[in-house]
Design a protein around this ligand. Sequence first.
Ligand SMILES: Nc1ncnc2c1ncn2[C@@H]1O[C@H](COP(=O)(O)OP(=O)(O)OP(=O)(O)O)[C@@H](O)[C@H]1O
Length: 241
Amino acid sequence: MIIEAKNLVAGYGQRVLIRNLSFSVPAPAFVAIIGHNGAGKTTLFRAFQQKIPYQGQLLVQGQDLKRLHHPAEQGTLSYLPQKNTVTFPIKVHDLVVMGLFRKKRFFENYNAADYALAAKTLEQLQLSHLLGHDFTTLSGGEQQLVWLAQLMLQDARISLLDEPTQQLDVYYKNKVFQLLQQWVLQHDKTVLCITHDLQNLPPLQGYLLNLSKPAPALEKISPETVQANQAFLEAGRQPVL
Ligand SMILES: Nc1ncnc2c1ncn2[C@@H]1O[C@H](COP(=O)(O)OP(=O)(O)OP(=O)(O)O)[C@@H](O)[C@H]1O
């Protein structure tokens, strides 16, 4: 099993958002995490990162995440938050190359080969023209793509992406979902992707997990399951407790 959640219970104080969630991802896969605003999607990612206490178990390749030391440095888990800010001027390629941090010792500089890799990744996202730009001057969507390029360089076995396509135009939304599919099918990566872009899901192979349902479970992505979940979400939401 790549990922298992066993009877996961998580929330904040008295407020339980994830109640007894269990699911298993047996092989590298794309999993879209969907649900209403406030359903607990980001909270689930916080549990994966050990940022909040939880009951139950989260296992990665059979190992309890609570016992795994530094899963980011080990190349097990990478995480792209919903909002990521930089308040100082930095060139796009200097930010992207930092995705290679696992391969560097503390204070070791990035070399020409590292920058060539960063440039290649930016090229894959059709962002070569932004390579030398100051990151803080880019549009929200461009910034989101640059973070994604940095995450690609991290090359983790499992990536947790929190709404990576939120600010993207229709062209890039499609392109990013295609890219995520490639990570899974060609590079054996597992991608958990929080998204509200249900219209982009039907062509993909993988699963969806609707955290707004009373008993969320993995469902295979197909035009029918996406449509049924869309209808479920449009029909309304549970009152917030
Ligand atoms: N640190 C916190 N303390 C208390 N409540 C919190 C905390 N962080 C988040 N919450 C609440 O938990 C609920 C779930 O938040 P979460 O961010 O997991 O939702 P989400 O499903 O990712 O929503 P969205 O689609 O809007 O991003 C929200 O109502 C939020 O206000």
